[in-house]
Every structure is written in C-alpha cells, then in structure tokens.
Write a protein that binds this ligand. Structure first.
Ligand SMILES: [Zn+2]
Length: 299
C-alpha cells in the first residue's frame, strides 16, 4: 500500500468528533460481527489538494447482514436517509464508507474491501472521482470515548489501481456536530421540527429505520402519542419500553422488565425529559447499555 506523495493529490480530512463517536458506538454494539456504514459530507479541490469534509455518517441500517468477516449494508435504508439529508444540505455527497475489523483483527483493508471500493469508484454512476475509506482496526482496552478504537484512513481514485493510506497527521478531528445520525448523546444540528406533527413524523421515520419493533399508538382521549415495543440491549436481554408524549413536547421513556441491576437507572430514565421520542429512546438505550457494561466490568 502506498502513502500519498508529491506526485499524487494531497488529501486532508476533517472528521467531526461526533461522527467518530457514532462509529465507535456502532462498533460497541457489534462485538463479534463486522459492521459499517457510509461517510457523507462535502469536498473541495484546490490545485493538487483535496479536502474531504465529513458532515455525517449513515449507520448500516436495520436490515444489514453481518458475520465476523463480512457485512452487507441496508441500501434501501441508507438511500432513504441520504434523500432526507440531501433536502437539508443539498451539496452533500457520498464520500466513502467506514467499517470495522476490530472483530477479526485484520489490520488493513482486505483484498475483498479493495476490490469492492475500486469497483465503486470506477463505476460510471459514482458521483466523485475518489473514495474515502475509514477502517476501525482494533479496540483499545480500558480506553474511553474517542480513544476506544484505533482507526486508519485510505483513499482510492478513479482509474487508479492503487490504494493510498492517508497519514493520521492529515486527518483533523474537529469539534463539530454532524447532521446524521440522530442521537441524544451525539448532538447534531438538524433544524428542529417546528410543531408536534413534524416532530412525530421525524420520530416515526427514525423508529421505522432504527427501532422497527416500536409501534405508534394515539390516545383517543388525550390525542397524545405513545410508541411501544421491545428494546434489545448489548447483552442480548430485552426490555419493554413505552415512549410517551407529555405536554409541552416533553417525551419520556418508561421501561418495564429491566434486568435487576438496572432498577436505579430505570427511574432516572423515566424522569429525564427529551425534545423528541427518538431522543428519549436513544437516551434510555444508552443509559441501560452503559449500566450493563459497568456492572459487568465490576464482577
Ligand atoms: Zn473489511
């Protein structure tokens, strides 16, 4: 594998911390199988310099298929998200893909990865003449947040059989929100829906995509919205969850049948208000998973 030298385009990557956290959170969810998704954003060319500015990542999607050595993304879901984001940021492009090898220990792109990425960038319908690949390589023991995983960066170009590694020094991790994914933890800058109807529609889209088991119900009496379903946690246990819409656009997640060690956080979850149902559910999922991780580490 080559590094990029003077005779090739110099590449700089701007990567928001929030995007990286979303990637790492996704890796945490799949401890024995590969996972990955798309990298979105904008790019600028200035003479021989290419600047890649990541503004969001798309998760693999609810119907992605995974094994320890391969995975197939849910293209329908990703296309749907992409169209939504395109309406908010018209200049957005599909810049490349991210995926993880932390489960199989392979320290670089596999020959299959390279063949796939060359095929994509050389495809006549591909909208850019480069392809950026972010690879999660290993999980670091006892490290947190942005230090959890080691990552590497690669660039492929149309009509060029080489794969170039982008040196870490040319990748700037910046303090900025991303436009996707939606998350209570990963703050982002979507224009907030201005009324309850628009908020419900956005919540429904997120639930449909990420939590397909959550079903909406509307109260005949109060006309308030409730979503009910099962939420699967990192240890494969599941809880019953209800997300309720209270007055003043205050959404709460109520958990039933939680593992015993989660009792304290279930109360904490029920008492924390959120601006949307999706945020309430994401928050509940995160708190429960963190709690399970924590109690497992202590034993
Ligand atoms: Zn791979």
């Amino acid at each position: 594998m080559k590094t990029i030298d003077k005779s090739t385009t110099h590449v700089r990557v701007m990567l928001p911390k929030s995007a990286l956290l979303a990637v790492f959170d996704e890796c945490d969810r799949y401890d024995s199988d590969e996972t990955g998704g798309r990298l979105l954003g904008v790019y600028r060319k200035n003479g021989s310099e290419l600047e890649i500015d990541v503004t969001g990542i798309i998760e693999p999607g609810p119907n992605a298929r995974r094994t320890a050595t391969s995975f197939f993304q849910d293209g329908d879901y990703q296309a749907q998200v992409f169209r939504t984001l395109e309406s908010r940021q018209p200049e957005i492009e599909h810049l490349g893909n991210w995926h993880t090898h932390h489960v199989n220990g392979y320290p670089t792109l596999s020959s299959g990865d390279r063949a796939t990425y060359h095929r994509i960038v050389d495809h006549r319908k591909h909208n850019t003449d480069f392809f950026y690949a972010l690879l999660v390589v290993t999980r670091k023991a006892d490290a947190k947040e942005l230090d959890r995983y080691e990552i590497r960066h690669y660039l492929l170009r149309r009509g060029d059989g080489a794969v170039y590694e982008i040196p870490a020094a040319d990748v700037e991790i910046i303090d900025r929100a991303c436009i996707w994914p939606e998350s209570s933890r990963i703050e982002q800058q979507l224009t907030p829906p201005t009324n309850t109807k628009a908020m419900r529609a956005q919540d429904q889209m997120i639930f449909h995509a990420l939590y397909p088991e959550m079903q909406p119900f509307i109260s005949n009496r109060t006309h308030a919205m409730t979503w009910k379903g099962r939420l699967t946690l990192v240890d494969d246990s599941a809880v019953d969850v209800r997300v309720v819409e209270l007055e003043d656009d205050d959404y709460r997640a109520l958990i039933k049948h939680a593992p015993e060690e989660c009792a304290a956080v279930v109360a904490e979850i029920a008492e924390s208000p959120h601006r949307s149902a999706a945020r309430a559910l994401r928050h509940a999922e995160h708190v429960l998973n963190r709690n399970l991780h924590g109690s497992r580490d202590e034993t």
